[in-house]
Write a protein that binds this ligand. Structure first.
Ligand code: CDP
Ligand code: CDP
Length: 228
């Protein structure tokens, strides 16, 4: 609803944004929005339609009929385009490599940002954790809690290559680096904007990171309810 408490989380690939945000949302009884999945789903639908990814006007055109349905309950996460469940398909390397072509198009970003804000407004939960690259600076720049989740490049690569057992660490590392480089040319998620709290998870395990996010939210909600 209109008073939904927004927790904005940004960070580079492999920082733990998605998994940590989802678990923190579950612990808080909040909804969860994976903005990156929406960028991925749009890229998936362009690949599916066989349109030229290098042509921004094709992406803008396709977005007009982009029929996305994303689950925002942390324990019922799914991504659908039309009637097709793409939850798994949007993680394929061909999609990961395609996203950068559309995420650099300003009109595409504006359209998805409007969609994210509609989803935030429509959530029935008392709060929502929204994660991505430009949530703390654009999508929900006025959120009462804004966190930049970081981790050393080494830690992020180790986490990613553990997930993708069929690829060598060197390949994963190179892909991660090149995607972060392309992405950070569009939005700066490597440095915390004014008022954004940096949470470095390099030395934290998964549970500790989730706990830290929940603590930050509790501290902030207590402060607000005391009018400070
Ligand atoms: O989980 P991972 O860090 O691999 O990426 P993601 O969050 O699923 O996002 C996939 C891609 O979508 C990123 O590489 C960005 O190009 C784009 N993205 C964006 O531009 N803005 C966002 N708020 C979220 C994702
Ligand atoms: O969404 P993003 O690319 O930022 O990261 P993710 O897909 O949520 O997390 C990548 C992996 O790192 C997951 O397997 C997490 O369980 C793991 N992780 C970790 O080992 N330690 C942390 N402190 C945070 C995440």
């Amino acid at each position: 609803g209109s008073t939904t408490f927004v927790v904005a989380v940004d960070g580079p690939a492999g920082s733990g944004k998605s998994s940590v945000s989802k678990a923190a949302a579950a612990a808080l009884g909040y909804a969860y929005l994976d903005s990156g999945a929406c960028y991925r789903a749009l890229a998936w639908s362009l690949l599916e339609r066989g349109v030229d990814l290098e042509d921004p006007s094709a992406a803008i055109e396709a977005q007009k009929t982009f029929d996305l349905d994303i689950g925002t309950e942390p324990d019922d996460y799914f991504v659908r385009v039309g009637a097709i469940d793409v939850t798994e398909a949007i993680r394929e390397p061909r999609v990961t490599n395609a996203v950068r072509h559309i995420s650099k198009v300003p009109e595409v970003r504006a359209g998805l940002t409007a969609l994210f804000r509609r989803i935030i407004r429509a959530t029935p939960n008392p709060g929502i954790v929204v994660e991505g690259r430009d949530i703390t600076t654009v999508v929900a720049a006025d959120a009462p809690v804004r966190i930049l989740l970081t981790a050393s490049e080494e830690a992020r690569m180790a986490r990613r290559s553990k997930e993708l057992t069929d690829q060598s660490a060197a390949v994963v590392g190179e892909q991660l680096r090149s995607r972060d480089q392309a992405d950070s040319r569009v939005v700066d998620f490597m440095n915390a904007a004014d008022g954004v709290l940096t949470l470095d998870s390099t030395e934290l395990d998964f549970d500790q990171t989730v706990h830290a996010v929940v603590e930050i939210v509790h501290t902030q909600t207590a402060r607000i309810s005391h009018g400070r």
